[in-house]
Unconditional design. Structure first.
Length: 90
């Protein structure tokens, strides 16, 4: 159990560093979602189910949804979709 908690804490530190170093906004949002998901597991291991449910709903759910909507409105998601996956004009 302690080894699993230590692994989760290392993932949290790695995610925090990755968010700072990542220049791609879409990837940053995905890392933020991963951070919230790991925090849900940490809250469950710390026997705080009310905080885990709140983190899942607000952290991984509503906040991520709002960030994705914002990226869509500033056309970051459209540009990323156009760069990868092949040429759609053929």
């Amino acid at each position: 159990m302690n080894l699993f908690l230590l692994l989760l804490l290392l993932i949290l530190i790695f995610n925090a560093i990755a968010v700072v170093l990542t220049k791609n906004l879409l990837a940053t949002c995905l890392i933020f979602m991963a951070q919230s998901t790991v925090m849900v597991l940490v809250w469950i291991l710390l026997e705080s189910p009310d905080l885990a449910i709140t983190e899942a709903a607000v952290g991984a759910g509503v906040s991520s949804l709002l960030m994705f909507i914002t990226l869509k409105k500033i056309h970051v998601i459209d540009e990323e979709a156009g760069k990868g996956g092949g040429n759609h004009n053929e």
